[in-house]
Design a protein around this ligand. Structure first.
Ligand code: SD4
Length: 290
């Protein structure tokens, strides 16, 4: 029996997955579910890795990356977007209302205003203070796990059996100005193929981009691997390219057309949430390093 509708997301994002489930359970599309789901985290000022309240780059600017992909393989992304609260919704507009897939920086911001998005201040007092504190040493080192408050990647299957996905982040805290990670890159931070399944990532984006992680996982599922096996192979590819994989984290989650899910990571600590008619739960992902 296929388990769908179903939603799965990175980390223990209870409210975001509940929102997506609410959309799915009243017959909404997977696309609406993932957009409205991740918007919950974009709006949450206490999540310092997504949307409003995100940690800034080393110059003190909060810059957001997001993408979205639908059942027909359409996709939209915004990169290095400032002053806008809901980058995933701008990404959806790029997908649906432009001939392009990606808009970056000032162009993306201008497009958002044209579509009626309001200018907001993304930097909160808390994130600003932490940044001032960070500047005293200016030591850049990605933090391995920040459980519950991290990048959100979400995949959903609706009652018609269609799959969609979204991913949204403020990127690595104190990154260089202009840096873009994996999260808005189709194939890296997110990939959906409605015939097969979907995958999405969290962690050090540079490593996910180098292996085109989410696309790889979907292709592995196409060749017959389960979502769990495909996520494990995705992590192994990254490890194979990094002798020193002890000091960074990558987490992948995946779903196949049947509604089976999986998740795998390098370091212990990564979890993912699932929500379906059999209930909702936070699943600890198994890890390469135990
Ligand atoms: C990035 N993958 O920008 C994102 C960061 C992330 O939890 O996942 N943080 O590289």
């Amino acid at each position: 029996n296929p388990l769908r509708p179903i939603v799965i997301c990175t980390w223990d994002f209870m409210n975001a997955s509940a929102k997506a489930w609410e959309v799915l359970s009243r017959g909404g599309s997977a696309l609406d579910a993932v957009e409205q789901g991740v918007m919950v985290e974009e709006a949450d000022v206490d999540n310092q890795t997504v949307g409003v309240g995100g940690r800034p780059d080393r110059d003190g600017n909060v810059t957001l990356d997001a993408c979205i992909m639908d059942k027909d393989g359409n996709c939209g992304a915004v990169l290095y977007l400032q002053n806008i609260a809901h980058p995933v919704s701008v990404a959806r507009k790029v997908m649906e209302e432009t001939p392009h897939v990606m808009l970056a920086g000032k162009g993306a911001e201008q497009f958002a205003y044209e579509k009626g998005f309001k200018k907001v201040r993304l930097l909160t007092e808390k994130s600003s203070q932490e940044w001032q504190e960070w500047k005293k040493t200016s030591e850049y080192r990605p933090i391995i796990n920040i459980e519950n408050h991290d990048t959100i990647g979400m995949l959903a299957i609706d009652q018609d059996g269609n799959i969609a996905g979204a991913c949204t982040t403020s990127g690595m805290a104190y990154k260089m100005a202009g840096r873009v990670g994996d999260s808005p890159i189709i194939g890296a931070g997110l990939f959906v193929d409605n015939e097969v399944g979907g995958a999405t990532a969290t962690g050090v984006g540079e490593e996910v981009v180098r292996t085109v992680g989410s696309f790889l996982i979907v292709e592995l599922m196409r060749q017959g691997k389960s979502p769990q096996e495909a996520c494990e192979e995705g992590v192994r590819r990254i490890i194979a390219k990094n002798k020193d994989h002890t000091d960074f984290q990558i987490g992948f989650i995946a779903i196949n057309k049947q509604g089976e899910t999986g998740g795998y990571c390098i370091q212990p600590g990564f979890t993912y949430r699932t929500y379906s008619e059999v209930g909702h739960r936070n699943n600890p992902a198994s890890s390469y390093i135990t």
